[in-house]
Write a protein that binds this ligand. Structure first.
Ligand code: ZN
Length: 267
């Protein structure tokens, strides 16, 4: 037996395997890929360089990489076809960091959406047409029902919730995450007088199910239990992993006729 003599090297990314069948690329980086946290002040040069490298790597698939300063809210940005000359036109290239928002949604081709996390949940949403959304949900976003907003918007745009795939990426697990009475009540509606453990992914899964989602999956990893693999705020890390989803609109050619009417400017 040579067990433990050659442990598997840590992968750079945890892929969302559940989306492979619909051709949507989505992943969360690991600690091995480095820190993508940009902070609130002058962003560290190493992190900025990692973002540029990520954008360059994805450029062929996605000329645009959209991110935002995250504020634990429930605002979901919509990334449309962009400039008058269409997707991929002037001004539509490169990495953009928008103002305060915690979610991204796009029905356009060639857009990568990104959020940074370290215990909070990256919520990946994909439709077989290639339309995607990505949300950052900590306790505040969960209490503000950002999942309901993201899925609700996709439904408003003509997508059927039962067709959506939702994946909850690496995040802090219920055993590792304890909150005070006030936060517990905001999350569950239940009153308590002591600290309680909560499983954010379980709450988010419930919210998605209430919206009609049937295809749900989750990462097996907890950022704190698996702190050797992922950054964890509660474990004392300042670093952040980045979660990314790339729209596949126009690649699969499966956009339904009912949807094409809602896609402004579609050729
Ligand atoms: Zn854990």
């Amino acid at each position: 037996m040579t067990a433990a003599s050659s442990p598997d090297p840590m992968p750079l990314r945890e892929k969302v395997e559940a989306f492979a069948s619909i051709g949507v690329e989505a992943f969360t980086t690991t600690r091995a890929a480095g820190d993508y946290g940009l902070g609130d002040g002058e962003p560290p040069a190493e992190a900025v360089a990692r973002w540029h490298a990520l954008q360059a790597e994805l450029a062929e698939m996605a000329p645009r990489l959209a991110s935002a300063r995250q504020i634990h809210g429930a605002k979901v940005l919509e990334h449309g076809e962009g400039s008058a000359v269409g997707a991929g036109g002037a001004g539509d290239h490169g990495w953009t960091r928008h103002d305060d928002a915690d979610g991204h949604l796009t029905l356009a081709a060639g857009v990568a959406c990104a959020v940074t996390v370290a215990d909070c949940v990256p919520v990946f949403i994909a439709h077989p047409s290639g339309a995607v959304a990505l949300l950052h949900a900590g306790w505040r976003g969960t209490a503000a029902r950002i999942v309901e907003k993201g899925i609700g918007r996709l439904v408003d745009l003509g997508f059927d919730a039962t067709d959506l795939r939702v994946h909850l990426g690496p995040a802090i697990c219920g055993r590792c995450y304890q909150v005070g009475p006030d936060v517990f009540e905001q999350l569950t509606g239940w009153q308590t007088i002591r600290n309680r453990n909560v499983d954010l992914r379980a709450l988010l899964a419930e919210q998605a199910k209430e919206m009609g989602v049937r295809h749900l999956s989750a990462s097996a990893h907890c950022t704190r239990c698996d702190n050797d693999r992922f950054f964890s705020h509660r474990a004392g890390d300042a670093g952040r992993q980045v979660a990314v989803i790339v729209s596949a609109v126009g690649l699969s050619g499966t956009l339904s006729g009912t949807l094409s009417g809602t896609l402004s400017g579609s050729p």
